[in-house]
Design a protein around this ligand. Structure first.
Ligand SMILES: *Cc1c(COP(=O)(O)O)cnc(C)c1O
Length: 407
């Protein structure tokens, strides 16, 4: 990380260096010095930028001179967020987008064409499923869905038209864990791109590029923000791959706003602490739920009973903040439990310091057919809790009202 001025500590840094630790990178990377000496990153709320003269305008547009042009594709606040996130993921470059879905769409538009095929984990964000199954299909791109942890299914689904493998790990809402290293060797063997949605762990707990993934996708809306304020997304990878994604962004415009980039920059500064604290509370909650009446099964990779507990321990430095569990009483019990909470927010969002609760079968995964729900393990009694930063004793107490009511 180079100081903006070697002889004078301005408290502002720009380029990351490999020898800085994760937390330093999260707090210091990407900030540009300003003439005002602002300590917090400024928000460049401007759609366009002026040039000194016509020649400079021409040079900027031709690419012979780097610099700002127009905020659809160059904005210093957005760039600061991109630099910081890339440093945290250990990637060469990040491209920020208007949402997590825009990030996924941008990857698909950049690397696929009609006739290509995608192999995807079945356990992905519901809307990602719709994007693949309905919209990519319209343009001649077919997706085959496989079980996230069944290597034989991944292998069998690959054809000579396959271009890309897509997954989320840990998965939503069942916390299934994919072996990124094994999938990376499979991808390399067939010359495919391995894309990992790193929303649930964030770089604070898991760095998929180091495990062999080619591209990381983020919904910045979740933990990167951390306080439920803004919608945004990002794609991270090598300079070569990101040039293609950036090309799509420049042409199609699913751009992150400067204000949102600023909120996410602030979110990144506390990401590591939040992820550690939320993981700690989630583990305590998962252990507690295991012993509660009416709870049939608890899904959390931090529990030694989880089928991929050992793998999760190996490729993640924490188990994350999402716990889901199945109630014996089906939908009736699940809804009663959700309705009996007093402060836990009933919302489909996650990754907030406020604890949230949702019934996946009728909300986030409501658009799946009954068959797909069954194949993905989304039962009627399943409840998902995204653990926040309130006192764990209060979270347990609020859930216990519901558990008693659900009996
Ligand atoms: C929310 C989410 C998305 C989509 O992100 P948006 O910012 O809502 O567009 C993608 N993947 C996962 C895992 C998510 O949780």
């Amino acid at each position: 990380m180079a100081k903006s001025n070697d002889s004078n500590n301005t408290g502002v840094t720009t380029e990351p260096a490999v020898d800085y630790g994760f937390d330093t990178l999260a707090i210091r990377t990407g900030q540009l010095p300003t003439d005002e000496g602002s300590h917090s990153e400024p928000i460049f709320a401007t759609s366009s930028f002026v040039f000194q003269d016509a020649a400079q305008a021409a040079a900027r547009f031709s690419g012979s001179e780097p610099g700002n042009i127009y905020s659809r594709f160059t904005n210093p606040t957005v760039e600061a967020f991109e630099k910081r996130l890339a440093a945290m993921e250990g990637g060469e470059r990040a491209v920020a987008t208007s949402s997590g879905m825009a990030a996924i769409l941008s990857i698909m538009m950049a690397f696929l064409q009609s006739g290509d095929e995608v192999v995807s984990s079945r356990s992905i964000f519901g809307t990602t499923n719709v994007l693949f199954d309905k919209y990519l299909k319209k343009f001649g791109v077919e997706t085959t869905f496989v079980s996230i942890s069944a290597m034989d299914q991944w292998q069998a689904a690959i054809t000579d038209k396959t271009k890309l493998l897509f997954l989320e790990t840990p998965s939503n809402p069942l916390c299934e864990v994919a072996d990124i290293r094994k999938l990376s060797s499979l991808a390399k063997q067939h010359d495919l791109l391995l894309v990992v949605d790193n929303c649930f762990c964030t770089p604070a707990l898991q760095q998929p590029l180091a495990l062999g993934a080619d591209i990381i996708v983020h919904s910045a809306t979740k933990y990167l923000d951390g306080q439920g304020r803004c919608i945004g997304g990002a794609v991270v990878g090598s300079n070569e791959l990101m040039t293609e994604v950036y090309g799509f962004l420049r042409s199609a415009g699913p751009t992150m706003s400067a204000f949102n980039a600023w909120v996410f920059l602030k979110g990144l500064e506390t990401l590591s602490l939040r992820m550690q604290a939320q993981s700690k509370s989630a583990l305590l909650l998962a252990q507690w739920l295991t012993d509660q009446p009416g709870v049939e099964k608890v899904h959390y990779a931090g529990l030694p009973t989880h089928p991929q507990h050992a793998l999760a321990k190996q490729q993640q430095s924490g188990f994350g903040g999402i716990v889901s569990f199945e109630l014996t009483g089906g939908r009736d019990a699940a809804w009663k439990m959700i309705d009996a909470t007093t402060f836990i927010s009933i919302t489909a969002n996650l990754g907030d310091v406020k604890t949230t609760i949702t019934h996946p079968a009728t909300t986030t995964h409501g658009r799946l057919s009954d068959e797909d729900k069954a194949a993905s393990g989304i039962t009627e009694g399943l409840v998902r809790v995204a653990v926040g930063l309130e006192d764990i004793s209060d979270i347990k107490r609020d859930l216990s009202h519901g558990l008693t009511t659900a009996q």
